[in-house]
Design a binder for this molecule. Structure first.
Ligand code: FAD
Length: 133
């Protein structure tokens, strides 16, 4: 779990949870996510840190359960970053291609910019394949 405190100078903290733990917590609901976050805070900073977050006004986003998103972004396993490039390789003579941040190997994985550039890359390949017949 990664924490971000006072993002953009605002008085709140964000906790980021991904992978299998995120799917597991999602099954248990928002309260379980908040508990997990508070335990994480306590482990890293000690019990006193919890006094900074006394209320119950936490917001849990649950990106994985949102039908418009179904997740957040992709992580390559350690030592397997090259899998991103393989994922973006055209299939069926360029008529089928996966695109998005997950396919970027240029440092833009996990970003909107990477997703945008990769969509353009894929569209160019498909257009060329269709034009070639
Ligand atoms: C909380 C959060 C904060 C972020 N902050 C930033 C930021 O500040 N700056 C930044 O650059 N990036 C940020 N990102 C990352 C950025 O949003 C993503 O990298 C980008 O949206 C990925 O775009 P994409 O098109 O590759 O994938 P997505 O936008 O994830 O598109 C994938 C699509 O596939 C659909 N889908 C999934 N499964 C199926 C299926 N089986 N069948 C059909 N459709 C399916 C999904 O519904 C989704 O519409 C953030 C992401 C999150 C979650």
């Amino acid at each position: 779990m990664v924490f971000q405190f006072w993002p953009l100078g605002r008085a709140y903290a964000m906790a980021w949870i991904g992978g299998s733990m995120a799917w597991e917590l999602q099954r248990h609901g928002d309260a379980a996510c908040v508990d997990y976050m508070r335990n994480g805070l306590r482990e890293i900073f000690g019990a006193r840190a919890l006094t900074l977050f006394p209320g119950t006004d936490a917001v849990v986003t649950q990106w994985g359960a949102d039908a418009l998103f179904r997740g957040a972004y992709a992580y390559a396993l350690p030592g397997h970053a090259e899998a991103r490039g393989r994922l973006g390789q055209p299939l069926a003579d360029g008529r089928l291609i996966f695109a998005g941040e997950a396919c970027r190997e240029d440092g833009l994985a996990g970003t909107v910019g990477g997703a945008w550039l990769d969509g353009r890359r894929a569209a160019g390949i498909v257009t060329a394949a269709l034009a070639a017949g």
